[in-house]
Design a binder for this molecule. Structure first.
Ligand code: ATP
Ligand code: MG
Length: 640
């Protein structure tokens, strides 16, 4: 890496973490000062700001009452119901402290779990903040999950109270939640909570309320109108929440987050990574059910004294200009979304982007999946602001690789999320030998512990599983494994090559699916692609590509398909060599994705190998899988 200002900043964070994070800790309020910045007696377990007492809700809400009581804190917009409401910090305080009093009245104490299964409603944010206000632990479950997934998360957390709503809405379709909740509670048996608070939006038929268990939120709110619960100060390592990973590769893992380290990490990231300033508006298009929602819809912007835009709805309704309309109306300065959403918008008329005054916007951040160069270039050109890729995981809670442009003016390289973020000692390892690899060589992305503040403390109530899952890459050395594969260039910029599960071994050559995908999607006719390794008797594995075509008419015509397949193959061979060439290129109009927008490669691979697609609880739209089946059978039928 060049010896730039950023390199020195990063080096200081690794070589002297206590001095580095000790300075950052001053960004938040401490009720009792910490005794040690880092307690690291039992690696890889560590405690940041040991002995310090603080509270997430205090830092996100109460702390701002002195200077920004009347400033917008939470801006709520639903393009599904037409609701639009601005809550000042004072109003947010009132709602949250009252919600905490309601939870307290239902028996919630420090350390108890509160499960939140909610659509994007202000009450969902109130419930999260109210829970941590009491020192209780929230487990937010994405509102799109069905009963079985919800039940598994109830069983793991054994919550005292659950907070839910009558229904969610997606594309004007009302999805009643309460029947799903009732079924999940039945499945969870003795682990089910004693009380369920239901926010009734009046969207679905009046939900069935079980007497003694189910409580109507509006009634409770009225009964507790003047009640305010005080902040419960907790030790820095006290858990703030449990959150499950997306389940793209297998069974979701219950990530446990601390309190003090998380608050400090988020506060620092708002300046160094996102460049968000107090008083400005931050718009993250994610959902509170995901880690991006926790860190950058709720806690990050509020801790920083910004206003956060909470949006319920699709990016394309009522029209594909809705996000840009909101940017204009609320003078959004920093926006955070996912590549999958940008690909959706790219299919629309670009004019929608130009109808609004976007002069307030300074940058767009994208995370969650690989950001391919054509998508990044398109949106950067359309918006005229930097588009910054950031790579991280539910486990880390905040970015691990990106360009910290609040620290130094680092150039963007499309296709790369950039450099290791301060606090993360990121290395690339040869999985087989355990040796570190140099520039231009592929390897597993690992982090040398101690993990920085904000990263997971453990797997909820399963310390051994934390060690076995994340630190068992090598028998003789503690390394946090990301389960992602990457490569680094001479300037230290990383490129993500795919998940370690997705590495394809073709006749002894190890190829990341991502590199082949990049080569395929650089063909103008291809909008998006998934490459998977398929068992082959001769070569061990061969790559097969499932490509989404821009022009769907190709799908119906075997001759056009064959022509395009030959073109794509020639292109991959030219860019990567014949060894990487997909054995077949199948064409579809949609890929199967998880509810968080990630391609379900393991299910595609299973179908391509004639196996069962496996656990589909996280699948968003079954049509994606049907498309894969159809493409496989079309090609099989046209074989001689
Ligand atoms: P599970 O661990 O349960 O299989 P998941 O890994 O999909 O689920 P998340 O924590 O939501 O759950 O996703 C993190 C993963 O997403 C990363 O490990 C990486 O594979 C991918 N990812 C996130 N951001 C980027 C990015 N900017 N570029 C490439 N890949 C990314
Ligand atoms: Mg993962």
């Amino acid at each position: 890496m060049n010896d730039t200002a950023y390199a020195a900043f990063h080096r200081a964070s690794i070589e002297a973490p206590e001095a580095f994070w000790g300075r950052e800790a001053a960004r938040i309020d401490w009720h009792v000062p910490y005794e040690r910045v880092l307690a690291y007696e039992a690696p890889p377990f560590r405690q940041w700001f040991a002995g310090g007492h603080t509270n997430l809700c205090h830092n996100a809400v109460d702390r701002h009452l002195a200077n920004r009581a009347d400033q917008p804190a939470l801006v709520y917009v639903s393009s599904e119901t037409g609701a639009e409401q601005v809550y000042s910090y004072r109003m947010l305080y009132e709602e949250v402290a009252r919600f905490a009093a309601i939870l307290q009245a239902q028996g919630v104490k420090k350390g108890d779990r509160v499960l939140i299964y909610m659509p994007m409603l202000p009450e969902a944010v109130f419930a999260m903040l109210a829970t941590v206000r009491l020192g209780a632990v929230h487990s937010v479950v994405f509102g799109g999950f069905a009963s079985a997934s919800l039940a598994a998360r109830i069983e793991d957390a054994a919550p005292v109270v659950m907070v839910t709503a009558d229904a969610g809405v997606r594309g004007s379709r009302v999805i009643p939640y309460k029947p799903l909740v009732d079924e999940a509670l039945r499945l969870a048996g003795t682990r089910a909570p004693a009380r369920v608070i239901v926010v009734n939006r009046g969207l679905a038929e009046a939900p069935m309320m079980k007497p003694g268990r189910d409580l109507d939120y509006a009634t409770l709110r009225q009964a507790h109108l003047d009640d305010r619960a005080a902040v419960e100060w907790v030790e820095s390592s006290h858990p703030s929440y449990i959150l499950y990973t997306s389940g793209t590769t297998g069974k979701p893992k219950g990530v446990e987050r601390d309190t003090g380290g998380y608050a400090v990490a988020l506060a620092a990231s708002m300046e160094y990574i996102y460049g968000g300033r107090p008083g400005e508006c931050f718009f993250s298009t994610s959902d509170i059910g995901w880690v991006v929602g926790h860190s950058y819809i709720v806690y990050g912007p509020l801790i920083a004294g910004m206003s956060t835009l909470v949006y319920e709805g699709l990016p394309t309704r009522p029209d594909p200009g809705i996000w840009w309309q909101l940017v204009e109306r609320y003078r959004v300065t920093v926006m955070f979304s996912a590549p999958t959403a940008v690909r959706v918008l790219r299919k629309q008329d670009p004019d929608w982007l130009h109808r609004h005054d976007l002069s307030s916007l300074r940058a767009l951040f994208l995370a969650g999946e690989p950001l391919d160069e054509p998508t990044a270039r398109w949106i950067a050109d359309e918006l005229g602001v930097p588009v910054i890729d950031n790579y991280w995981q539910t486990e880390t809670g905040w970015p691990m690789l990106t360009l910290c442009r609040g620290v130094a003016d680092l150039p963007v390289k499309y296709g790369s999320p950039g450099l290791p973020v301060y606090g993360y000692d990121v290395r690339l390892f040869d999985e087989r030998t355990g040796e570190e690899v140099g520039p231009g060589q592929k390897g597993v992305i690992g982090v040398l512990p101690p993990l920085p503040p904000g990263c997971m403390s453990t797997v909820w109530r399963q310390d051994q599983r934390f060690l076995d899952t994340y630190f068992s890459l090598f028998p003789d050395r503690l390394v946090y494994s990301s389960f992602d594969w990457g490569i680094r260039d001479e300037d230290g910029y990383f490129t993500i090559l795919g998940r370690t599960d997705d590495v394809i071994n073709v006749a002894g050559h190890r190829l990341g699916t991502r590199e082949i995908e990049e080569a395929v999607s650089s063909h103008g006719a291809i909008a998006e692609v998934a490459v998977v390794g398929v068992a082959d008797t001769l070569k061990g594995q061969v790559p097969q590509a499932f490509a989404v075509v821009r022009d769907a008419s190709v799908l119906a015509d075997p001759a056009s398909r064959a022509r395009l397949e030959a073109e794509v193959m020639a292109q991959v061979a030219a860019q990567l060599g014949a060894i990487a060439n997909p054995a077949r290129v199948y064409f579809v109009s949609q890929l199967p994705k998880t509810r968080s927008g990630k391609v379900l490669r393991r299910s595609i691979q299973a179908l391509a190998e004639g196996r069962d697609p496996g656990d589909l609880t996280t699948l968003d739209d079954p049509a994606g899988l049907d498309q894969i089946r159809q493409a496989l059978s079309d090609v099989a039928a046209s074989q001689p």
